[in-house]
Design a binder for this molecule. Structure first.
Ligand code: BG6
Length: 281
């Protein structure tokens, strides 16, 4: 069942529940901020003190970074683009079977978006909430000129404790380290004992977040980069809408097109970034 609901302050979201799982998707940002399989711990992490306010990105879940990931060339523009704070349109929902719900949301260019980014576009988000969580973010160039995008499904995963986790699938991959501004190469699994903020390139195979008895598998299509980010102690203390010790309970693994994996989209062409998230034992 998919029900349209509102928080006390009017913040609108879709409440989804079926035989396999539950999910919540905010219309602002097309932002999935909850996904859990029935009788299991949530897969996505949501900050205990996240803002649910007009114009502010939710801290947790899956913010959609679009049409740029990180900072734009113009430092006055918002980090991670405007899609995550824009109001999306609820297009349709269907329930193909008792264990699956499908939802489509849309964001189109507007007077406000054209002031930030001078292109006409249509952005469609298809979400399938089932035994797995699948997202397809489809960018359609509705302009008469080409445009370039970078983007990310900025997934925050809930973990038992950051010291228990590792990320598999990135061995030997080159990465840009946002902390040192240098390029390096991964050796073995990624583990965490300090701040990590890296854009991995040439990523085509599934990634596995290993956390004691649970594994989370992230498979992507239309993406060749992945961001691995944990803010650790100092950045967590500086950041908005997050508790000081929250870095212990979350890890971001973002399915992306970032840095050299930017996509040039010709007029009227489209591109889909697809991520499927599932658990293994
Ligand atoms: C990550 C970046 O993708 O997003 C980090 O790599 C950044 O550098 C983080 O701090 C969170 O960004 P924001 O804008 O949601 O605070």
């Amino acid at each position: 069942m998919v029900t349209r609901k509102q928080l006390k302050n009017g913040f609108e979201y879709l409440d989804i529940s079926n035989e396999s799982s539950t999910a919540k998707i905010a219309l602002q940002g097309g932002h999935i901020f909850h996904y859990a399989r029935v009788n299991e711990a949530p897969i996505l992490w949501l900050s205990e003190i996240s803002d649910f306010e007009a114009g502010k990105a939710i801290r947790g879940g899956i913010p959609i970074c679009w049409p740029w990931f990180g900072m734009s060339e113009n430092p006055e523009l918002p980090q991670h683009g405007f899609a995550r704070t824009s109001m999306w349109e609820f297009i349709s929902t269907s329930e193909p079977d008792a264990r699956s719900s499908e939802i489509t949301l849309r964001l189109e260019h507007s007077k406000a978006s054209l002031e930030l980014w001078p292109f006409r576009f249509e952005l469609l988000l298809h979400v399938r909430v089932s035994d797995t969580l699948s997202l397809e973010l489809k960018t359609i160039n509705r302009d008469d000129k080409a445009f370039k995008i970078t983007q990310a499904l900025h997934s925050y995963f809930q973990v038992s404790h950051i010291s228990n986790v590792s990320v598999k699938g990135l061995d030997a991959k080159p990465y840009f380290d946002a902390l040192t501004q240098k390029t390096s190469q991964q050796i073995g699994d990624v583990t965490f004992d300090q701040e990590v903020d890296r854009v991995y390139q040439d990523v085509h195979q599934p990634l596995i977040l290993r956390d004691r008895e649970r594994g989370i598998v992230i498979e992507t299509q239309g993406s060749a980069s992945a961001i691995v980010w944990n803010p650790w102690i100092d950045k967590c203390a500086r950041m908005s809408a997050i508790q000081d010790d929250a870095y212990q309970r979350m890890l971001c693994i973002e399915s992306a097109n970032a840095r050299e994996d930017a996509h040039l989209l010709q007029a009227q062409f489209s591109h889909s970034l697809i991520a499927t998230i599932r658990t293994i034992s």
